[in-house]
Design a binder for this molecule. Structure first.
Ligand code: 13P
Length: 260
């Protein structure tokens, strides 16, 4: 089986009740697209159950943006994988660079969270990506391979994960790597996954994230080993996100035709 095309919106710390209108609009505007694309929205936790109520009946999915390393207990202000699941989530973003930076999340913690998420029935979207200095020093691929080695669950936990490659310098900046650089990185990630999981590593979706917009989605999503996107700013408006989803659908149609 080839990897699923996934377009996941990461709303970060954005969205009040009025943003639910955008979710309803998204559901309406993607209703008659072919369903080759898995559509996911990861809203702030305050909106998660209401977003789930809108998305799940439409065959779309919701996700959390983080979870704790424990299932429950005395951790004021935190949220567990079990709670996200209970609120209707199917996915959880783990190890986003903003959390790695703001909350000192190490690879080891990312792995622990991802393993817990899997055991609670969530699919972890594990984020990796280099800084600008690392890219300029020519060590981007080495850095990402190192993050994968530390962050991805042990192979015996199963390969039901998603990887998001998000170069830190491309997030919210309007800058994106060249298609060749994206292709090289995604190929390296694919090779690592196959080394880790065997053939199941060939089925893991590898998403690109960082200034993915309606204007560049056709091009980026068509790059080999790119199986979707993790979209920040452009996922907040239904109109923008549905245009990106339409790009994913076009790419998937072409890939399907080429595979038969
Ligand atoms: P932008 O799409 O706003 O650059 O954010 C990307 C991101 O961090 C998604 O997780």
């Amino acid at each position: 089986m080839s990897p699923q095309m996934i377009l996941a919106g990461n709303w970060k710390m954005n969205g009040l009740t009025a943003a639910l209108d955008e979710v309803a609009l998204l559901v309406a505007s993607t209703a008659d697209m072919a369903s080759d694309v898995r559509i996911v929205i990861c809203p702030p936790t305050t909106l998660l159950s209401r977003v789930s109520d809108l998305l799940n009946p439409a065959g779309m999915a919701s996700g959390g943006q983080n979870c704790h390393i424990a299932t429950k207990g005395a951790h004021t202000g935190d949220i567990s994988a079990q709670m996200l699941k209970d609120a209707g989530a199917s996915y959880v973003i783990i190890g986003h660079s903003e959390r790695r930076m703001d909350h000192g999340e190490t690879d080891g913690r990312v792995r622990t969270k991802a393993e817990l998420a899997i055991s609670e029935g969530l699919v972890p979207i594990i984020c990796v990506g280099e800084t600008l200095a690392e890219r300029e020093n020519g060590v981007a691929i080495t850095v990402v391979e190192h993050q994968l080695s530390g962050s991805v669950p042990a192979a015996d936990k199963g390969a039901n994960i998603v990887i998001a490659y998000e170069p830190v310098w491309a997030i919210g900046t309007g800058r994106v790597p060249t298609n060749a650089d994206i292709a090289d990185m995604h190929k390296a990630i694919r090779t690592w996954l196959v080394g880790h999981y065997g053939s199941a590593g060939g089925e893991v979706s590898i998403l690109y994230g960082g200034s993915l917009k309606p204007e560049n989605a056709d091009e980026i999503l068509a790059v080999e080993n790119v199986n979707g996107g993790l979209v920040g700013g452009a996922s907040l408006k239904a109109e923008d996100f549905s245009r990106i989803i339409a790009s994913g659908q076009r790419v998937q149609t072409i890939r399907r035709a080429a595979a038969t």
